[in-house]
Ligand binder design. Structure first.
Ligand code: IVH
Length: 673
């Protein structure tokens, strides 16, 4: 139907949808690629909501390129496969400076050249390699690396990644780009915390979490995983984007692809060595794991002249960091019972120092994982520690097997209370369902007393263990019935520490509702959910009587959580426990709402650089105080904040009579509420 005969309402909807999609794409680009957002989160959410509503009212205008499509398409039965038009190769590895200098010599020998040669060096992310295909500027397909020749088609999943552009800024006819999908350390931590709260098995490391998330048949699940991407190269193209690798990356960035900001461009080989040392020192401060650097010959024509070996190019090498891995022996495997009854097998290791930390235990996650890696008691294994992630067994060194190793089987009964163990059909986790299991009781009490919950100083694991074993505690509510004389009679307890503990318990009795709810240890209710519930219901009474429907109606509360909360309060025993806690004198206080914000309603524009604070930090600070930051000086601008070497915005502000302030005055305004 031509535009002219469309009903006016539809044509204005088309227009508005277009406008919103463009604005949201543009925002995404500024946020992920330029790291310079110009829209507040609230504004972004508002536009997204409006777009969703319009698209719902006009299903005929749906588009896979719409920013709303990032919530995930319908589930698949299986992944199709696709052949890469140019194989996705792997890299040779170097482990010390000599390996890299040898590489440089090989390059020069092959090129038969003594000329100094320039390289581009980039962080090597430890994630999952993917290839994305764009036609006429639109993302049409994405695939995994697979065996290098063929990969799996994961387009719907890749579309959910916020830093993947769905539309490019220019309509390049066909473009294959390659990059690494990863999960940041913070994202990984949150993901696993959430899984722990929901009683699901944990991911061993960010790489596994990224790989598992990309291989989900249901894109809606992928959409909820904190996946990110950096692009590092191209596959087949109709026309080359540039003559150099670095030039190519610059063009990719212009087109809308996120490029790692730490890349060092066009340096001689000696500087790649310095850069490696620099990054080795810095890697622990990065937001994501890197396992080395990739050094690439910068000139594409020289790359072509060098060509490839069967599995790796001659023009690039990975300079790996020293691994934080060691070999040791599995002395035994035992099973821990968590708060939700989940049974986790744990390897007891011959203690070994890995990167300066002694490791004597490693999680084996679950039975499937043990089978997959075929880990047996007595095996020599490679163990890895990454940052503050729990140590894990990477693999078995099979050549060290003697035949004496023992295969581990998951016990059929709980190792602590001997109740029967259950494993649900779709779950990797085996569970002890006996609510009174002492291991679960101890874990629940530890959780109840922990920092985000009642925060009882001095109520440590050892003490809780003793108290449960002695029959002093069988539920967290019993904590409030403890008396000093009893506490003092425990091992390693003097009068002083007993008194301190009693004081800490007394002090903990004043608590915000959210933390109280979190402390109860309801499945699927982590700190965030608890806060949402507290805001919504205001007291325990309202929460405990809320119907599943009422719970589900709350933004951020899904059916699983709603079900779980209702189930918790349906148990007579749980209601009594909560009653006992309240009767013991626990008082719920309202968490202080943020006060009136000092910059509420004010619009700022930033220009120039600010010493000691980046522009995006300055922006966050202003927004945190309720102000708004926009890009251009207009009638609505209240203040121009000028830093060092301000740009043309300063002239414009002066002309339009907008007040110009420096960073000091800004800080002053933020402080003066
Ligand atoms: S270039 C032919 N650049 O490392 C060049 N790879 O062992 C191949 N990787 O499968 C890739 N960061 O998953 C390149 N900046 C980077 C990289 C990178 C991570 C991964 C990639 C590849 C593997 C090669």
């Amino acid at each position: 139907m031509p535009d002219s005969v469309k009903p006016a309402e539809t044509s204005s909807a088309i227009h508005r949808i277009e406008e919103l999609r463009n604005a949201l794409h543009q925002h995404n680009y500024r946020y992920y690629v330029l790291d310079d957002p110009d829209l507040s989160d609230a504004e972004y959410d508002r536009m997204m909501r409006e777009l969703k509503e319009l698209e719902a009212a006009h299903p005929e205008l749906a588009s896979p390129d719409s920013p709303t499509s990032r919530v995930g398409a319908a589930p698949l039965d299986k992944f199709d496969t696709v052949a890469h038009s140019i194989p996705m190769l792997s890299l040779d590895n170097g482990f010390d400076d000599n390996d890299i200098l040898d590489f440089d010599k090989r390059v020069k020998r092959h090129l038969d050249s003594e000329e100094p040669i320039l390289y581009t060096a980039e962080p090597k992310l430890d994630g999952v390699a993917v290839e994305l295909v764009y036609e006429a500027g639109r993302l049409i397909m994405a695939s995994t690396r697979g065996d290098g020749m063929t990969g799996e088609v994961i387009t719907s999943n890749v579309r959910t990644i916020r830093s993947v552009p769905l539309l490019l800024h220019e309509q390049v006819s066909r473009l294959e780009v390659r990059g690494e999908v990863f999960i940041s350390l913070e994202g990984f931590k949150r993901l696993n915390e959430d899984r722990l709260n929901r009683g699901l098995s944990l991911f061993a490391n960010p790489r596994n979490a990224a790989a598992g998330s990309l291989r989900q048949l249901n894109p809606r699940i992928t959409a909820r995983r904190p996946l990110e991407i950096f692009f590092y190269g191209v596959g087949h193209m109709t026309d080359p984007l540039s003559e150099s690798h670095w030039g190519t990356l610059q063009v990719l960035k212009r087109l809308g692809f996120r490029i790692n900001p730490l890349i060092r461009a066009e340096i001689p080989i000696e500087e790649t060595l310095d850069y490696h040392r620099e990054m080795n020192d810095k890697r622990h401060t990065l937001a994501y794991d890197i396992d080395g650097m990739v050094i690439k010959l910068d000139s594409l024509s020289l790359q072509d002249r060098l060509g490839e070996k069967s599995r790796s190019p001659r023009w690039a090498i990975a300079y790996k960091f020293q691994a934080i891995q060691e070999t040791t022996r599995v002395l035994d495997i035992d099973v821990q019972v968590g708060r939700t009854g989940a049974l986790t097998p744990v390897a007891h290791l011959d203690p070994v120092s890995i990167g300066g930390v002694t490791v004597s235990r490693a999680t084996l996650h679950n039975e499937d994982e043990i089978r997959r890696k075929d880990i047996r008691i007595g095996d020599t294994v490679l163990v890895q520690r990454a940052g503050d992630v729990i140590p894990e067994v990477v693999k078995v060194i099979e050549s060290s097997r003697t035949g004496q190793e023992k295969i581990f089987t998951m016990p059929a009964t709980c190792p602590v209370c001997e109740a029967e163990v259950f494993r649900e059909k779709d779950e990797a986790v085996a569970r002890c369902n006996h609510i009174g299991c002492p291991a679960q009781v101890k874990a629940r009490i530890r959780h109840f007393a922990s920092k985000g919950a009642f925060d009882m100083d001095g109520m440590g694991s050892k003490l809780i263990e003793q108290m449960v074993d002695k029959g002093l505690l069988s539920s967290y509510a019993d904590i409030f019935s403890l008396d000093k004389a009893t506490v003092q009679s425990l091992e390693r307890m003097g009068a002083k520490s007993a008194q301190n503990l009693m004081n800490a318990i007394e002090k903990s009795k004043a608590i915000p509702l959210g933390r109280f709810i979190y402390a109860l240890g309801i499945r699927h209710v982590g700190e965030n959910v608890a806060t949402i519930l507290a805001d919504q219901f205001q007291n325990m009474e309202n929460l405990s009587s809320a119907s599943t429907e009422a719970l589900e109606a709350i933004e951020g509360i899904g059916p699983e959580i709603a079900e779980s909360v209702r189930h918790f309060f349906d148990q007579n025993q749980n209601r009594q426990t909560v009653r006992r806690i309240l009767d013991a004198g626990v008082r719920i206080f309202q968490e202080k709402k943020p006060e009136k914000r000092s910059l509420e309603g004010k619009v700022f524009v930033l220009t120039g650089t600010f010493e000691g604070m980046t522009r995006s930090e300055t922006k966050k600070m202003i927004e945190g105080a309720g102000g708004k930051v926009t890009n251009t000086v207009s009638r609505n601008t209240n203040y121009l904040v000028a830093g060092e070497s301000p740009g043309s915005k300063l002239d414009k502000a002066k002309k339009s009579g907008v007040e110009v302030i420096d960073r000091q005055s800004l800080l002053q305004m933020v402080r003066d509420a």
